[in-house]
Design a protein around this ligand. Sequence first.
Ligand code: 3UK
Length: 516
Amino acid sequence: MTLPAGISFSANQRVVLPARFNVAVPFIDRHLAEGRGNKLAIRTLSEDVTYVQLAERVNRTGSALLALGLKPGDRLMMVVKDCPGFFYLFWGAIKAGIVPVPPNTLLRAADYAYLFEDSGCGLVVYSQEFAAEIEPALKQVPVKALTVDAFLAKMASASDQLEARLAAPTDDCFWLYSSGSTGRPKGAVHLQRDMVVTSELYGVRVLGVRESDVSYSAAKLFFAYGLGNGMTFPLWTGGTAILDDRRPTPDTTFEIIERFKPTLYYGVPALYAPQLVALDKARRDFSSVRACVSAGEALPAEIFRRWKEKTGTIILDGIGSTEALHIFIANSLADHRPGTSGRPVPGYEAQILDEHRKPVAKGESGRLWIRAESAAKYYWNKPEKTAETMVDGWLNTGDTYRQDEDGYFIYDGRSDDMLKVGGIWCSPVEIENCLIGHTAVLEAAIVGQADENELVKPKAYVVLKPGQDAGESLTTELMSLCRSTLAPYKYPRWVEYVPELPKTATGKIQRFKLRA
Ligand code: 3UK
């Protein structure tokens, strides 16, 4: 399929866009003009949505948001499960000039209260499933709010005509929250052009996404990885996206794959591992899938090998980030090396630098910096964090990398103490603070430890208060304390009791010593 009218890429992969445009037009409306109206845009276990229906509902949504009093530039917080309503809200907002902000849907009330406050959002729309966390947050920070079902009822009677609000390619378009090891999540502000860049440079040109593809992402839409896989790439190419709102498990994912026969499957290492265990017990039909993708954390070469043996398909690992929006170093069908993240996606630049910001010798480890035309412009209200991460047009990934003799990039760990669990960020400090909330605990430190599949999970080192007894029942209590107060994937899978924690002279916990 050719690029949408008015959009092109130069020979060095720079995007060329009209001076004034709205990105909802090439992603949504153009499919009607190009004769794809009756094609299925979205399929779920309970409904199918054609491109005509999608475009109409996007218009009604934008009209309804304006009727609810939102103005262009206002933020719409959408805590929405993977369902067609996610598409309507995201694109309806963008088409009306409103800024959608889809946060992680696994957070707790206190986290949401912070996001409502920080974003200054004018409206919260949430799936009923998340009411138990959203409603207490709304009591703390009052914002106008509606459930998705209540919103859809309003939408149905709103105007199906909506003029696209024109913007510059570098105007703010949508935000994604990203967490750091200390401090609160940061709203990464993405621009109108960013989804065009990721969809074309990685989606079309590296992965070969095309109109005939049926895409299924087990990674959810609130995650920048899932947003690209499960929404922007299919819409950019006029393909079909499969959505499932359940928590992905081997059973649910294989059920979806056998039923909808996707051609592209997107997972994370923490799901490929249990899927492999399930494949040992029963064969599953994978014949529709032409390529699998993995991101979020490094894919162990052993998982690549066993997956190929069991399914006959290969997993293309690639590294992306919320700030870059999607994958910037990747393996492809034509060029891959298991155990590495691959090579830079054409159009993205990558450099491995030492602590003086000088390039390291080939083969040596250093900090990975990238230059991306899809990069967030800044963090909302966080000028210092912006200045640390975004320097002279380059993004500091916070990752340590080295290159092998053929130029493939090899992940060497984080440069900070952050952990990825199931592809999602975990701050050690947040888990430690939760543990310290228990009456028996004096101090705690969290580090990542590899499980039997070489995948990282949180491990707690705990110092007890005098007179407290370590034991299995305390361990169970600490784990359930974390499970009930933090996002569920963040609880420590192991607890080790120690007499003291290693610290610097200034009292900072030296987590790297516990990792060693
Ligand atoms: C780590 C990886 C090794 C790395 C993401 C694809 O993960 C995504 O975004 P986040 O902001 O995290 C970014 C950080 O995660 N990481 C991601 N992929 C890999 N490490 N190998 C990998 N393949 O620390 C990176 O800095 O949550 C992934 C597309 C869009 C995304 N946002």
